[in-house]
Design a protein. Structure first.
Length: 404
């Protein structure tokens, strides 16, 4: 419990937590079940190349999502690259800059230019109102990102894509287990791409998947993820290696068995944070739509510096010193990262909401590794920091001023 500024670790006090609390601690299902599966796998000596675990995982995922095709992949980034290529995206593609850099890189990697579009202030997702002004004769598609697991404005984006004859793909890296108007994410656009990275709600160590209801597209993606092999010694297409390994699929199958428990823990944490931080001035926690299915994987705070008395970055400094590794996703925005920063030096002028969010958003630790007591302590810490925001900011700014 911090009672004075001197109690803060940044100013000489002991850290609130002896062990670091991370954002993105992996959810791990039943260890015995996982190890039994790994035993089976070793006995079979079938470690990758579309083995029985991958097949079973693909079937279970497709059934869970209610989608026709689910193609398991080695990671979300390669899944995005393959999906973009299978959709024949080229020239320019409209994407948000407020996303993990993999969304943009997956395009630029194959010399498709990501054209950054601003996002909506409330949802943090692609703003459909701003898309059409960015369409040029070179535009071939739109990639929406369901940031924090909140669905994009799918209907509006679908309408634009249809009218303007563009392909529509979703980066659903955050949105496994979430729905849009009652239907599971994974069913929208021409294809959707999941990440099953260790830090995601549902993980396969590294992994991902492309889902689609389009038979021809699914067949093409399957070829592309396996070097273009259409049979033994028969290659009919340019392809790469996007396959998921059996050990990853074993982790996935095990995780699926605990999915309900993971959501329940995340939801409990989310509600706890909301209760604890409801009255903090200048701090807004993002709310998931209670009408939809949510995975509650991200606790997303927005710090409005004048009202809170402290900037997001000063708050991060304090929290990190206390061993709370809150994250500034997606600072500084893809448009401020290379090579995009050099390609589009003035992009920020077109992205006012993105610019604001990159200064305000803070992701707090949650997941199965965080308990109620830790959330109360983190929240108490945040309340203390905001109450003393002006003094803390002044102290943190002081060395910079004297150095200048
Ligand atoms: N599109 C979007 C919208 C994405 O968010 C991502 C990935 C992708 C596409 C690409 O999908 P993948 O190719 O990754 O499947 C992390 C993840 O590495 C990345 O997967 C994720 N998005 C992004 C939002 O977060 P970093 O740079 O923050 O990773 P790192 O190593 O700092 O880990 C994050 C936290 O998790 C740390 O606090 C430590 C903790 N952690 C991490 C790992 C790997 C653990 O406790 N255990 C672990 O095993 O990017």
């Amino acid at each position: 419990m911090k009672r004075s500024l001197e109690d803060l670790a940044l100013f000489g006090g002991p850290a609130a937590f002896a062990e670091t609390l991370h954002v993105g601690r992996p959810n791990v299902g039943d260890r015995a079940r996982l190890l039994a599966r790994i035993d089976d796998m070793l006995d079979r000596r079938w470690l990758t190349n579309h083995g029985p675990f991958v097949e079973e995982l693909e079937q279970q995922l497709a059934a869970y999502l209610g989608v026709k095709h689910c193609i398991a992949m080695c990671n979300g980034t390669v899944a995005l690259e393959i999906a973009a290529r299978a959709l024949e995206l080229r020239g320019e593609v409209i994407v948000p800059a407020f996303t993990f850099v993999a969304t943009a890189h997956a395009l630029q990697w194959q010399e498709i230019t990501p054209v950054f579009c601003d996002v909506e202030p409330h949802s943090h997702n692609l703003d459909p109102q701003r898309i059409e002004a960015l369409i040029t004769p070179r535009t071939t598609g739109i990639v929406g990102v369901h940031v924090w697991g909140q669905p994009c404005a799918v209907d509006a984006l679908t309408d634009i894509a249809r009218r303007r004859n563009l392909r529509l793909m979703f980066d659903a890296a955050h949105a496994f287990g979430c729905s849009y108007r009652g239907q599971m994410i994974g069913n929208f656009g021409d294809a959707e791409v999941f990440s099953f990275h260790a830090t995601k709600f549902f993980n396969t160590f590294e992994g991902g998947a492309v889902t689609t209801n389009d038979d021809a597209l699914a067949a093409k993606i399957r070829l592309m993820q396996n070097f273009g092999f259409a049979g033994l010694d028969r290659v009919i297409y340019i392809g790469t290696n996007g396959k998921m390994s059996e050990v990853s699929a074993a982790m996935g199958l095990t995780g699926l068995e605990s999915l309900t428990e993971f959501v329940a823990i995340n939801q409990r944490n989310y509600e706890h944070y909301h209760r604890e931080l409801a009255e903090v001035s200048g701090l807004r926690l993002l709310r998931y739509d209670p009408q939809e299915r949510n995975n509650f994987q991200y606790i997303t705070a927005e710090i409005d510096a004048p009202a809170s008395g402290i900037s997001r970055d000063h708050l991060v400094q304090v929290l990190h010193a206390e061993n709370v590794r809150a994250r500034r996703y997606f600072y500084p925005g893809c448009h401020q990262m290379e090579p995009y920063r050099s390609y589009f030096p003035h992009a920020r002028l077109l992205l006012p909401v993105t610019e604001q969010l990159t200064q305000r958003v803070l992701i707090l630790p949650t997941g199965t590794a965080i308990d109620a007591q830790a959330i109360s302590q983190i929240s108490q810490l945040i309340r203390f920091v905001v109450e003393h925001g002006a003094e803390i900011s002044a102290r943190l700014a002081a060395p910079a001023r004297s150095a200048a």
